[in-house]
Design a binder for this molecule. Structure first.
Ligand SMILES: C[S@@+](CC[C@H](N)C(=O)[O-])C[C@H]1O[C@@H](n2cnc3c(N)ncnc32)[C@H](O)[C@@H]1O
Length: 257
């Protein structure tokens, strides 16, 4: 089943989402955290579902996304082309609504989060706190333009907590071998950022002009070759996980199981 309720001709991910599944492989540790928050939910709507990462096994899942390119990469049968701000479902249709790394793409996050509360009894949202420090060295030292973009598009965590009336906020320190290749994934593997295929899977890189990104990447390459990066970040190389401000928010009904 695929339904269309969104008439916008181009969603951003129709432009940048090609090849998403190859780089954005769901990480088992994040999957386990999200799975425990969704425990007991039999019907789930995945809003901003993309290619379907982190959906719970054994539940009846409907994927919602405004991007046809992303829906085409989703392996599920039940897909709806729509934005979070206007979910085409009656009130209380689902046990749970999930939204993973997508709220910062929504033109109207308040409205989208209100929609999650309207259509589902529990809400599970994974997002990033733009006020968190430390931030990734890539943003601090090479591409402050990414930091500006990220800080402007991510809703402050407190606002997301309030909009959901979340009862639980769980930190997710990112493992050094995180498999889901979004921007933070390579905090201990800097050479990955040199790969244009890796950069293309991150929406912030994709939104910046090459004239901004390329000189920064050239500088990183030179620092890796000279050993300057390793000297500056020697302490990171011993860390297994780092808290860079990723948070799982849980709201609404608590699991009965
Ligand atoms: C970074 S991807 C995350 C996809 C998936 N949740 C995951 O964890 O891999 C962001 C997704 O949000 C979707 N998106 C963009 N605007 C949206 C909106 N207004 N409502 C719902 N989803 C939206 C994009 O099309 C894209 O698939």
């Amino acid at each position: 089943m695929e339904e269309t309720t969104d008439s916008r001709p181009q969603a951003t991910y129709d432009r940048i989402g090609v090849g998403y599944r190859a780089i954005r492989r769901p990480d088992p540790r994040l999957h386990a955290l999200i799975g425990s928050a969704l425990q007991g939910a039999r019907s789930v709507v995945n809003v901003g579902a993309g290619a379907g990462s982190y959906e719970p096994e054994g539940a009846d899942v409907i994927a919602v996304d405004p991007s046809q390119v992303m829906l085409d990469q989703h392996p599920g049968r039940r897909k709806v082309k729509a934005g979070a701000e206007q979910l085409p479902f009656p009130d209380g249709s689902f046990d749970a609504a999930m939204a993973v790394l997508t709220v910062h793409h929504w033109p109207d996050p308040e409205r989208g989060l209100a929609e999650l509360r309207r259509v589902a009894r529990r809400q599970v949202v994974f997002t990033w706190d733009p006020a968190h420090r430390p931030q990734l060295w890539l943003l601090e030292e090479y591409l402050p333009e990414i930091r500006e973009l990220e800080e402007s598009r991510f809703t402050p965590l407190a606002q997301v907590v309030d909009a959901l009336d979340a009862h639980t906020v769980l930190p997710f320190p990112v493992p050094h071998d995180f498999t889901d290749g979004y921007q933070i994934a390579y905090w201990r593997r800097p050479e990955f950022y040199l790969d244009p295929v890796v950069r293309r899977a991150s929406s912030t890189f994709a939104q910046l002009p090459a004239a901004v990104v390329q000189p920064a990447i050239d500088r990183l390459r030179a620092d890796l070759e000279s050993g300057a990066w390793h000297r500056r970040h020697a302490e990171l190389l011993d860390q297994e996980r780092m808290d860079y401000g990723y948070r799982l928010l849980i709201a609404g009904e608590v699991s009965s199981e």
